[in-house]
Design a protein around this ligand. Sequence first.
Ligand code: ZN
Length: 320
Amino acid sequence: MHTESPQGTCVLPLETIPCPACGEQEEYKQVAKRRDGLAIVRCRCGLAFVNPRPTAEAIPEMYANYYCGGQGAATGYVAYAPTIQSLQTSYPWGWELIAKRATLRGARTLDIGCAYGKMVYWMHRAGARATGIDLLPDGVRWGHGHGLDLRVGTLDDLAGDEQFDVVTLMDVIEHIPDLSGFMAKLGKIMKPGGLVMVQTPNFGAYRGPRSIHLHTSLEHLLYFEAASLDGLLRRHGFEPVTPTSAYCVIPTELPEREISPPVSGLRAVMKRLPVFARLVQVKRRFFPLGNRYSEDATKTAGSTIVGIYRPTLPIAGGEV
Ligand SMILES: [Zn+2]
């Protein structure tokens, strides 16, 4: 049973931190207060972040109970609970964007925060040598059991010389406690000319106290907008290859019965037959569903930001 703290009371030990993106220590402007009572502040560099925030030692506890707000399973990690059908019959988030821009056949790819390996499966299916890493072992174990190269760990656990043509970070960067350290490691694992795709919730869509940012996913530490995401990546030697933008996600990754119009009579009876469900599965193997992105006309109000970047710095160690 999930334990819920009283609303507005974070019971974890907290620490005040400098800006995780630029290191500036200043009197930050508080821009919002979350449901758990923690403040979101904004630095002059544009990044918004939780400050003070749970200490490094308290962060595992924050994940263990999915935090003071007491959200429980509905929006937590178990929302990604896998089935082989969900793996094979719908695209992972962001697939349409990265598949359009990257040559995946023969590429070496890494999905950071891979959960049970959906991105890794589709990269593999597109001909890539695909790897995924995640801190939480349950999904990794499941995907590994289905033949995917998934590993428990962080970038530190990759072999020293492993480098990748395509790296994906889908709803991951907003969780990272040591942002500068992480970005430095990201730079080291990219092959020259490689691509990194970053998706994160869009704080540019923040619209006051009722905003979703303050009420769900309270394990998030960082709140990006397109400009602050670009700023972070630029500071670490990456350039956007396409304008980073906010998107509305149109979820089509739903069971067939939820996206098909209701039918009656003989067709309704047939739809209930197990063989029909099996036929749908076979059809989806060849014609998968996905979450489509619709670019927000204002480029700010969409719920998610996706940026695709290429490293620009010369490779470390390339000069004597
Ligand atoms: Zn800053």
